[in-house]
Design a protein around this ligand. Structure first.
Ligand code: GDP
Ligand code: MG
Length: 163
């Protein structure tokens, strides 16, 4: 199974909500890891009869801002090694933070396909707000709402085309 998609991004952007949406019909969790890779959840998903594995990252418990940001960067590095495709999720309601500029820098240097996904685009008024994410220099911005599922079909169509 080479089709592995990792969802990275800072806390609260909606990574787990998307993970649950993509994997909810599938009971089998592949193999959750502990240790350095603690809080990585592996699930099976399917779109248009193509099967793939989704990795949810995050849920860090850290006692300082530095440790916390290091843990997120570490997850991005592991994702680049382990996944064939990376979803970089950002939150349209909060825009870009310094941490996200750092993540974008790491992802730009990787050779892996990256999909920039602006989450929480719950209504069409918010579509315009996601234009700021073009500054990452990582290509097209996919507007989705993990909560309603809006936009996830177009995202998955383009992801499976990369398999
Ligand atoms: P994570 O920390 O990146 O895994 O984020 P979560 O999936 O735990 O979501 C963080 C918060 O954002 C929760 O309160 C979710 O209900 C909320 N959330 C997730 N997706 C959406 C969305 O598409 N729209 C809105 N309005 N809220 C969302
Ligand atoms: Mg989460």
């Amino acid at each position: 199974m080479n089709n592995i998609i990792a969802i990275v991004g800072r806390p609260n952007v909606g990574k787990s909500t998307l993970f649950n949406r993509l994997t909810e019909s599938r009971k089998a969790i592949v193999d959750d890891m502990s240790g350095v890779t603690r809080d990585r959840h592996y699930g099976k998903a399917e779109w248009l009869n193509r099967e793939f594995i989704v990795i949810d990252t995050g849920g860090y418990v850290a006692n300082s801002e530095d440790v916390f940001e290091t843990a997120i960067r570490e997850q991005v590095v592991i994702a680049i090694e382990e996944a064939s495709i990376i979803i970089f999720m950002v939150d349209v309601t909060t825009g870009i933070t310094d941490l996200e500029d750092d993540i974008a820098n790491i992802l730009r240097r990787s050779k892996k396909p990256v999909f920039v996904v602006a989450n929480k685009v719950d209504n069409s008024m918010l579509v315009h707000e996601s234009a700021v994410f073009h500054s990452f220099g990582l290509g097209e911005i996919y507007n989705i709402s993990s909560m309603t599922g809006s936009g996830t079909g177009e995202l998955l169509d383009d992801i499976i085309a990369k398999f």
